[in-house]
Design a protein around this ligand. Structure first.
Ligand SMILES: [Zn+2]
Length: 197
């Protein structure tokens, strides 16, 4: 990776919430395995002067994505509940920005891009490169990465800090191929750590 991490870079930690981890309402297999590598990333990104963002699903109890409302998912990440909290081992550095998405009953957002106001921190800080990890590869990670490239941001996804739902076998593998085809670069946490040094 021929770049240096600096204040034009941002780390986006996508939806590392209890409900998406083992034991949660909509668990991703091994979802909690992303916590340690993302904690490492958050530390060296902050050290390099890069912005650290953590997104979260923050739904009302009657959200349109829930089966009771005709949506595809079980009730998950209801704002203010333990299931919506970040995984307890996730460590966000001082100055990290938390972005809550899909807060309206009729608003579904796999990506924070497109929700009014949520892109503001990127614009205000002149962010040009986004590094993405978290949950889930085949939904929110994929949508966030694709939206970022569409907006002209140089976009990286951490191959070793994402996990997928795989409702259909190989959904995650397909998501990775789709991201690559759109120009997203797959990198490892170690490669980014070297770029921060
Ligand atoms: Zn959701």
């Amino acid at each position: 990776m021929k770049i240096r991490l600096d204040s034009t870079c941002a780390l986006v930690i996508v939806d590392v919430q209890n409900d998406f981890c083992p034991g949660g309402a909509l668990p991703v297999r091994d979802g909690d395995a992303v916590v340690a590598p993302l904690n490492r990333c958050a530390a060296f990104f902050a050290q390099a002067g890069a912005l650290v963002i953590a997104t979260r699903d923050w739904h009302p109890p009657d959200h349109c994505s829930f089966r009771e409302q005709g949506g595809p998912w079980p009730v998950h990440c209801v704002r203010g509940t333990p299931g919506a909290a970040f995984h307890p081992a996730l460590r966000l550095p001082a100055g990290a920005v938390v972005l809550s998405k899909a807060e309206g009953p009729k608003v579904e957002s796999y990506s924070f891009f497109g929700e009014p106001g949520l892109e503001r921190p990127l614009v205000e800080r002149g962010i040009r490169r986004l590094f993405i990890g978290g949950l889930a590869t085949d939904y929110c990670v994929k949508c966030t990465a694709l939206d970022a490239t569409r907006r002209g941001l140089e976009t990286f996804v951490f191959a070793d800090a994402i996990r997928g739902v795989d409702a259909q076998p190989d959904d995650s593998a397909r998501a990775v191929e789709q991201m690559k085809a759109a120009g997203v670069k797959l990198v490892t946490v170690e490669e980014a750590a070297e770029a921060a040094a």
